[in-house]
Design a protein around this ligand. Structure first.
Ligand code: TXA
Ligand code: MG
Length: 361
């Protein structure tokens, strides 16, 4: 995995951010997966601000982020031994566990469900913030720091773009942006998120009856979970807790996105080119001759971790090019690529038939 490269927030910025959070404000902060939009998980009014800022429906629960070594029994009840083994093996790191929620967690955090998502991020700025906030005893409710349904942010600049804040504006409001940024008062810097796609989510709240359930694939694989607890997480069933990242349409740029295997690329691209359609490409293995006729392109590394690291920035960048279509070369379909394919499948949802429509114009 890549290490954060850009400048990161210093102690003073972190202390200030913790104070804002303790007063019920919102702060965006880096994690190793994507940037989060944080609020005090024990303050229902602060949590309500997250939903307002994101435009997120109220029936979608948010994850509670805690510092390394946090007391799970403060936040949850009936924690199975297997969940503690996963904590031991993967925290801090990109794994969210769904557990039975303690009554002290406000309804707003878990959208009224009897479970709660818990995560301990590994990004040094996230850890420093969680240690500064309420002396390390608090929890930060934090969804990804994007407007609902959009691509998650993997840099501080992506967050500012989402919420209409100026570059290097730490939340000082000005002019027309004042309304949209009013709820978000700080964005902490932390470079590019090293994982690049959201955490793996495993439901451990119904272990006795349903076993572990994989609600969202990510960098930590089902097999890695099985290696620790001796049970392979199953695919979600009808009764599994809801996860908005599992909606069919999510993580989507404004431009329609379509996936094509490498062998179908050349013909489709030249047909679109002949019609004057501007196409932006995202590939991992495309020949240079092919990409030459594209309006814009981004070639990502041909390994799943490197690809995930660059995926959301590539989708955002291609979305800004004025192309009518983002064409993605279908990645490999093996288990190591599950997280990447899951996010791409959701970003293409609703774009079926778009190539035919563009060719008919
Ligand atoms: O990597 C991540 O998990 C990032 C960073 C910021 O930590 N957070 C993130 O949060 O992706 P969000 O809200 O964008 O996605 C969290 C997902 C949602 O699909 C939500 O429905 C699900 O977790 N979730 C949260 N609490 C849950 C619960 N109690 N039961 C089932 N799903 C839950
Ligand atoms: Mg999200």
């Amino acid at each position: 995995m890549k290490q954060p490269s850009a400048t990161v927030a210093d102690q003073a910025a972190i202390a200030e951010a913790a104070a804002i959070l303790e007063q019920g404000g919102l702060v965006a902060f880096p994690t190793e997966t994507v940037y989060g939009l944080g609020a005090d998980a024990e303050n229902p009014a602060a949590v309500a601000r997250i939903y307002e800022a994101k435009g997120r429906p109220h029936d979608h629960p948010v994850i509670v982020h805690v510092a390394p070594g946090a007391d799970l029994d403060y936040w949850t009840t009936d924690v199975p031994d297997e969940a503690r083994q996963l904590v031991q093996a993967f925290w801090p790191g990109p794994l969210t566990l769904i557990l039975k929620r303690h009554p002290r967690i406000p309804d707003a955090v878990s959208a009224g469900q009897d479970s709660v998502g818990m995560r301990c991020p590994s990004h040094p700025v996230a850890i420093a913030l969680l240690r500064a906030f309420k002396g390390g005893k608090g929890g930060l409710a934090a969804p990804s720091a994007n407007k609902f349904g959009n691509v998650s942010p993997t840099t501080a600049q992506h967050v500012r773009d989402e919420f209409g804040m100026d570059a290097h504006d730490d939340g000082a409001l000005n002019g027309d942006d004042a309304c949209s940024a009013a709820e978000l008062s700080r964005v902490l810097e932390g470079g590019s998120s090293e994982v690049g796609i959201e955490s793996t989510i495993v439901d451990m709240s119904r272990l006795a009856t349903h076993g572990p359930v994989l609600l969202r694939p990510g960098h930590i694989s089902a097999q890695q979970i099985a290696d620790v607890i001796g049970m392979l997480p199953a695919a979600p069933d009808q009764a599994a807790p809801r996860a908005s990242g599992t909606l069919e349409s999510h993580y989507a740029p404004r431009t329609p996105v379509t996936m094509l295997a490498a062998d179908g690329f050349a013909a489709t691209l030249s047909q679109l080119h002949a019609r004057g359609v501007k196409v932006a490409l995202i590939g991992h293995d495309l020949p240079a001759a092919l990409t030459a006729s594209a309006h814009a392109q981004r070639v990502l590394p041909a390994d799943p971790a490197g690809y995930a690291y660059g995926l959301y920035a590539a989708l955002r960048e291609m979305d800004q090019t004025g192309a009518s279509l983002i064409l993605v070369e279908t990645p490999p379909q093996d288990a190591a690529w599950l997280g990447v394919n899951d996010r791409l499948r959701r970003s293409v949802f609703g774009s079926a038939g778009v190539i035919a429509a563009l060719l008919q114009k």
